[in-house]
Ligand binder design. Structure first.
Ligand SMILES: [Zn+2]
Length: 480
């Protein structure tokens, strides 16, 4: 494989979001559990806290959480609970006042640029305007050279908001000069000549992914190829390279197999575009998404450890997606072809959802549910959807609810995958355009329950009860 060997600056500057799907198989070879470590922020890529900060916080939805904050970045923070388990919490889950106070504790005292970043983060929160001005004020105090910029920012008027707290318009963070940019969809240029925002303009506070020029795309592709060159040299030595319109595919499988999996990825891409009304021919990626498929699980694990510094024991595949917009998916080839196809589509769906519309992370239940639904749709021969449905039936009858923290947990449990899948299937079959509105609402920054109620026009309790009836379970409630 001949690939350019320079220019890759790694993912070190950005924040990674990993989806690692763990599979266990029974003697019959049927998947019985899959656990995605969604929303995980790689420790080496976020800012570690030198002295862990103990906190008790109340989330926007009223849930109380406590533990010690061990790392943080622009997307959220890692909270370690009493039992030593780490949880990723995104900043929008907290009220703005708490986001501000927590940064006071974490930055101590911080620097001008760091507080500027906090200010911009706060401006994306529905109740964050006042607090963003405090943050900008701090920035100017720490770095007097920022004073005139801060004066300009503080003079700006807060956006008018809808009743649900979403912004009617939002002045872009870093507008230089006098011309304010709003989040009205501005189609990116170059390869991304279509509309990656999907049907319906942005309605929330979250800004769209930045537009990319053809040069930006070309540079990203070169970086991805240089990264692959490192993988080729340090991991496998047998990687061949294939390129489709939207994917860079690196594999040591034979050519026929490689072509088959590439075609499946392209079908997944088209299916997602069709579902979310992304204009045909739009490239939603930054450059292209990189997909690695290794013949051996040892090579896959070596790749994860060497290139991403991530242990991958007990995982079958992983989607790395960072805040810069890069998406890299890695797997090893499962013996069962249909199982492998299911995993491939599942992980690639996470990648697509990351790059769709805005950088906001879609809540775990909805993310996993959609990944499962698309995988079931494109690989109907796989045993996985059947196993998921049967597990959902079993758990719903046992629990009479959706299981612990279904709508709020940063990562649903293995037993909740079947519920997430069948609930998503129910939502799509009940009202497909409502479902698209729901995902759009999530990507625009709405909490998933709020977005669900807004898109379907009924209280979430009624939606869950109707889902329960569709599964033959009466009086299904949300939580235990
Ligand atoms: Zn997943």
């Amino acid at each position: 494989m001949v690939l350019p060997a320079s220019g890759f600056d790694g993912a070190g500057a950005s924040i990674m979001r990993n989806f690692a799907c763990l599979f266990r198989t029974t003697g019959l070879g049927v998947i019985v559990m899959m656990l995605c470590v969604g929303a995980a922020v790689c420790a080496e890529l976020s800012t570690p806290v030198h002295k862990p900060v103990a906190v008790v916080l109340v989330l926007r939805d009223g849930q109380r959480i406590n533990g010690v904050v061990t790392a943080f970045n622009e997307e959220g923070f890692t909270l370690e609970d009493d039992e030593g388990s780490a949880h990723e919490v995104s900043w929008p889950a907290l009220r703005a006042k708490q986001v501000y106070s927590l940064h006071q504790m974490l930055l101590k005292p911080g620097s001008g640029p760091k507080w500027m970043a906090v200010g911009h983060l706060l401006r994306t929160l529905p109740d964050g305007w006042k607090w963003s001005n405090f943050a900008f004020g701090r920035a100017a105090k720490l770095d007097p050279s920022l004073k005139s910029r801060v004066r300009e920012l503080v003079r700006q008027k807060p956006p008018r908001r809808n009743a649900d707290g979403t912004a009617k318009s939002y002045v872009e963070h870093d507008t230089r000069g006098k011309r304010p940019a709003t989040t009205s969809p501005s189609p990116p240029v170059g390869l991304t000549s279509g509309n990656a925002l999907g049907g319906g303009g942005l309605t929330g506070a979250a800004p769209p992914w930045p537009g990319l020029t053809r040069d930006d795309h070309d540079r990203a592709i070169e970086q991805a190829k240089a990264f692959a060159e490192r993988a080729h040299l340090q991991v496998s030595g047998r990687l061949a390279f294939y390129e489709t319109r939207y994917f860079l595919f690196f594999t040591d499988l034979n050519r026929d197999e490689a072509l088959k999996w590439q075609a499946l990825l392209d079908r997944m891409y088209d299916r997602m575009c069709e579902m979310f009304a992304v204009k045909r021919g739009t490239n939603i990626w930054r450059g292209k998404a990189s997909v690695y498929v290794f013949r051996s699980d040892d090579d896959y694990r070596k790749f994860e450890q060497t290139l991403f510094n991530t242990p991958a024991e007990n995982t079958a595949g992983r989607c790395h997606a960072n805040s810069r917009g890069d998406v890299t998916i890695a797997f090893y080839r499962q013996l069962d072809e249909k199982t492998f196809a299911n995993i491939l589509v599942h992980e690639a769906t996470h990648g697509f959802l990351h790059r769709y519309r805005t950088a906001v992370h879609v809540q775990s239940w909805a993310n996993e549910g959609l990944a499962e639904w698309i995988a079931a749709d494109l690989v109907p021969q796989s045993q996985t959807p059947k196993a998921r449905r049967s597990r959902a039936n079993q758990m719903l009858r046992q629990w009479r609810n959706l299981g612990p923290d279904f709508f709020t947990t940063p990562q649903i449990a293995g037993d909740q995958y079947g519920i997430a899948y069948t609930f998503t299937a129910f939502l799509i079959s009940a009202d497909r355009s409502g479902y698209v509105k729901f995902i759009n609402g999530c990507k625009d920054g709405l909490d998933s329950v709020r977005s669900l109620e807004k898109a379907y026009g009924v209280p979430v309790e009624d939606i869950v009860a109707a889902y329960g009836r569709s599964m033959g379970v009466g009086h299904l409630s949300i939580a235990p």
